[in-house]
Design a protein around this ligand. Structure first.
Ligand SMILES: [Zn+2]
Length: 416
């Protein structure tokens, strides 16, 4: 039997390994077979090992596609359009916008734009909130391009009836929903504590646990939100404790923001092994405080970067990286380019339970990669990467020269 054909991708190759290291080859080859990385190495060694293969030359730096660990695809069309205090922003702009997704045709149109814009910007996987609607969530799963995990937002209370009436938070309906979707691509998604009663959160926690599903929610994003949670859940010791009591915190849980947190709460997250989705551009846009990165480091909490569109003004992970460097460096912290790239790729894949199959270019992983402009020398690599993250959102969203999924080029790259 003939072996499957091998494609050799020649480029400068940058492969993130961990927060403090990456591997860089100024002129190398990444060999791809059946949509996966087979091997990579020097041009001479790869040509010798795979002599009759197709050679694809790229004029730029090949690196793994980005992972966006927290975003709302139903807010993509209004990303950056509104700002203001979190709770007011939700009530005045975002909830009415999400209410429109009761229209399945609208959902279908918008989700196509979302996936093609994400691929155009170099994001190949991630974790996304849908609206409350069953059909909109099913459309997001059916039209998926890349590797996404999506969940219908669960909103039982403290929201307009045009949303709560569609929420699937009751045990029976949520179980039925879960039965009918791909568990690999579905996350239990309580919007945030104020939209749920303690018993609703417990139901969500039980189903996530029984089905071993990812959980995504928001935690401690603003001070006003924190005050509201204290009023709504007087029995809980903290906002984090509200989720912990419901059994929602574990290593398959991703918590967006985590800004207004006490030491006891950080210790709880560390103990449960839960992930933080850090959204620096969103936090800036809504005027929230800086997420205390030093606490994540102190407590050894796993985390990855995320756009949080539509509060985040851009779905470009280059823009997220730009704001990540800016907000923490202006607070006197050291943040490295190696860490930035790792948190925008492999860390997010690990949070999604995909570290063995995605997130960087190690042999055996999916050949999901992008090509960025430039051919830096090894000694200029950090400067090149920092420059890559500079510019306006519109430029950054279109900066990748090519995006490839499972060894196939996404065409046309010009789709907006
Ligand atoms: Zn969010």
């Amino acid at each position: 039997m003939l072996a499957a054909p091998v494609q050799l991708h020649r480029a400068a190759i940058l492969n993130p390994l961990d927060p403090s290291s990456w591997n860089y080859r100024e002129d190398g080859v990444c060999a791809v077979q059946k949509g996966s990385v087979l091997a990579s190495g020097s041009v001479a060694s790869m040509l010798a090992e795979f002599p009759k293969s197709e050679l694809v030359e790229h004029d730029g730096v090949l690196l793994p596609g980005f992972t966006d660990l927290h975003c709302h695809w139903v807010q993509h069309a209004v990303r950056g359009a509104y700002s203001g205090e979190l709770l007011q922003w939700l009530q005045e702009y975002i909830w009415p916008e999400e209410g429109r997704f009761v229209d399945e045709a609208l959902a279908r149109k918008q989700v196509k734009t979302f996936y093609s814009d994400m691929l155009r910007a170099g994001t190949v996987m991630g974790l996304s909130f849908s609206s409350v609607h069953r059909a909109a969530t099913e459309v997001a799963l059916a039209e998926m391009r890349g590797d996404w995990v999506v969940g219908n937002a669960l909103m039982a209370i403290n929201a307009p009836a045009y949303l709560t009436r569609y929420s699937q938070h009751e045990a029976e309906e949520l179980n039925t929903f879960v039965e009918n979707v791909s568990k690999e691509h579905y996350a239990i998604t309580p919007r945030f504590a104020p939209n749920m009663r303690a018993q609703d959160l417990r139901v969500a926690g039980q189903i996530a646990d029984a089905q071993n599903l990812l959980v995504q929610t928001h935690l401690a994003e603003s001070r006003a939100e924190l005050c509201w949670v204290k009023e709504l859940f007087p029995e809980a010791e903290s906002y984090t404790d509200v989720y912990d009591r419901a059994g929602l915190l574990g290593p398959r849980t991703v918590l967006a923001h985590c800004i207004e947190m006490s030491d006891a709460e950080w210790a709880c997250l560390a103990d449960r092994g839960s992930w933080v989705a850090h959204c620096p551009s969103s936090n800036e846009a809504l005027g929230n405080s800086r997420m205390p990165l030093e606490k994540l480091r102190e407590y050894g909490i796993p985390w990855a970067l995320a756009s949080d569109i539509g509060a985040g003004p851009s779905h470009s992970m280059l823009h997220v990286l730009q704001r990540f460097f800016a907000v923490h460096e202006s607070a006197g912290l050291e943040v490295s380019a190696t860490e930035g790239l790792y948190r925008a790729t492999l860390a997010g894949a690990a949070a999604m339970g995909r570290a063995a199959v995605a997130g960087n270019l190690m042999p055996g992983k999916r050949a999901d990669f992008i090509v960025m402009p430039g051919k830096p020398k090894a000694e200029d690599l950090t400067g090149w990467f920092r420059d890559l993250c500079e510019g306006k959102t519109e430029e950054l969203e279109r900066r990748p020269l090519e995006t490839w999924l499972s060894g196939k080029r996404i065409e046309p790259q010009g789709v907006s």
